[in-house]
Design a protein around this ligand. Structure first.
Ligand code: UDX
Length: 476
């Protein structure tokens, strides 16, 4: 099948690449000329495992073409998939971009070509979108077209795998009088070994939202459970491990830590609470999901302060990991950025490292005053304490014994419960995580006094190859 994919961000590119893997022919369209030029020469605008390989292969074998010429793409396609952004700069819902895109696409689409919205849309927009499309067709003097939604359930970092091996495919019908839209979508997904559910558009839309809200709820539940485990001196891993055997509960998305970030979960929780509230419906459970999630960041900062004798001012803190999860360069809603800002505002000197240099550079722009190191050891060197905020593989493989030696004090708060307690104790660390208590090697209890902010900043000046510098002088 020949498919036009409009919008080549995370969702559009993964969809385009995945479809070519199934043998479909894809014309990818984006209005950003720079992005189009880069993609045409095989350069991806984002980091997503396996995506570069499948895009390069599809460009080479001709299954994927990239263009900024919308009309050419939609006139020759059997199906038009729209994957433009539906969030604004602050990460809240916005539908302007999608409405603009529909205004360009809908009047020009041939009569028998279904238009499928793959972007995640707010439920209250479903009706509006349906009537806008009807009006655009009638104003253009054209026949109505099938309009459907096809929400994605792909996670950044594993998006290609999630696309090719979905748990389910959800098709939401907004208008499809002859069933042609649903039929073509079924054809599109015939290689997916998963149930294909055809529902009303509003049900499909809320199914997508409901999935994310439930995942967020699981994480906040795990975080509250972790706090209880710390209170009762239990281990959250042991507890969740035992609970997970119950098939009604399961074990996934119950990892405690600094909470969820990203472009989906946080805003979908807060926007849903806000939208429901505006309509007179209080959503106390989701409200609490957000409260618990934000509390985790504060707890992380408190943990560090507690282990440093209550004083963060003048302390040098190394942060390991900045992106909202591993295997992505995405910093949207990343807990690490909020935590870095909080530490800086307490007078700490913050030096961060992320394995993806592009992400680290961007983070330095977003958090003025935060220094960036070019390796984990550079960040840890002479640090009073460290915090782990993204569970990159690199940190799990780090020589923590050597790390303890280069730090001024071997203190680590693990915000992702990523490291084994016993290993960190053996490496000589005072080690704290969430729902797994705080552990100290027997002989190690002292907390050195702060060297002072000026001295700590002066120390940073000695960093070698760094991409640091520009932001160091600024006050946090
Ligand atoms: C999410 C949904 O999972 C996906 O189905 C949807 O299509 C897009 O939104 P994504 O935001 O890419 O995907 O990441 P996800 O894997 O859901 O993780 C979100 C956040 O939750 C991350 O910050 C992650 O670190 C955190 N998390 C996840 C936990 O804190 N604990 C867990 O147990 C799982």
């Amino acid at each position: 099948m020949r498919v036009a994919v409009i919008g080549l961000g995370y969702v559009g590119l993964v969809t385009a690449g995945g479809l070519t893997e199934w043998g479909h022919e894809v014309i990818g369209v984006d209005t950003d000329a720079d992005r189009v030029a880069k993609l045409q020469s095989g350069h991806l605008p984002l980091h997503e495992p396996d995506l570069a390989t499948i895009v390069a292969a599809a460009l080479a074998n001709g299954r994927l073409r990239i263009t900024d010429r919308l009309e050419d793409a939609i006139l020759s396609a059997h199906l038009v998939l729209i994957a433009v952004s539906t969030t604004d700069e602050q990460g809240s819902w916005q539908t302007r971009t999608l409405l603009r895109c529909l205004a360009d696409v809908v009047p020009a689409v041939p009569d028998d070509t279904p238009v499928v919205v793959r972007s995640t849309i707010p439920p209250l927009f479903v009706k509006q979108m349906t009537s806008v499309v009807e009006e655009l067709r009638s104003e253009a003097g054209r026949q109505p077209i099938p309009l459907l939604i096809n929400p994605e359930f792909t996670r950044e970092g594993t998006a290609v795998r999630d696309f090719l091996a979905p748990d389910r495919v959800v098709i939401g019908v907004a208008a499809d009088p002859h069933g042609r839209g649903a039929y073509r979508l079924r054809q599109l997904y015939r290689r997916a070994e998963a149930p294909i559910l055809v529902q009303r558009a509003i049900d499909a839309c809320v199914a997508k939202l409901g999935s994310n809200l439930f995942l967020a709820t699981k994480i906040s539940f795990a975080n509250e459970l972790a706090a209880l485990c710390d209170l009762f001196d239990a281990s959250v891993e042991e507890v969740v491990g035992a609970m997970a055997h119950d098939r009604r509960i399961g074990g996934s998305f119950l990892r405690a830590g600094v909470g969820f970030g990203g472009s989906c979960l946080p805003h979908q929780v807060t926007d849903t609470v806000r939208i429901a509230q505006a309509a007179g419906l209080h959503a106390p459970l989701l409200d609490a999901v957000d409260t618990v999630n934000l509390r985790q960041r504060g707890l992380f900062v408190e943990r560090l302060a507690g282990l440093l004798g209550g004083e963060l001012s003048g302390r040098r803190i190394a942060l390991l990991g900045l992106t909202f999860k591993p295997d992505t360069d995405d910093l949207r809603g990343a807990p690490a950025l909020a935590i870095a800002r909080a530490l800086l505002s307490e007078g700490a000197v913050v030096i961060a490292y992320d394995p993806l240099e592009t992400a680290a550079r961007r983070a330095a722009e977003l958090v003025p005053g935060m220094a960036i190191a070019s390796s984990a050891f550079e960040a840890l060197d002479r640090a009073d304490a460290a915090g782990l905020l993204t569970e990159w593989e690199e940190f799990q493989a780090l020589d923590w014994t050597a790390a303890a030696r280069v730090m001024r004090q071997p203190i680590l708060v693990d915000g992702r419960n990523a490291l084994p307690v016993a290993r960190m104790l053996a490496a000589g660390f005072i080690y704290s995580s969430f729902g797994r208590g705080t552990h100290r090697p027997e002989a190690l209890d002292l907390v050195a006094s702060p060297v002072g902010r000026e001295a700590a900043l002066a120390d940073l000046g000695q960093l070698g190859r760094g991409i640091i510098g520009a932001t160091i002088g600024e006050e946090g």
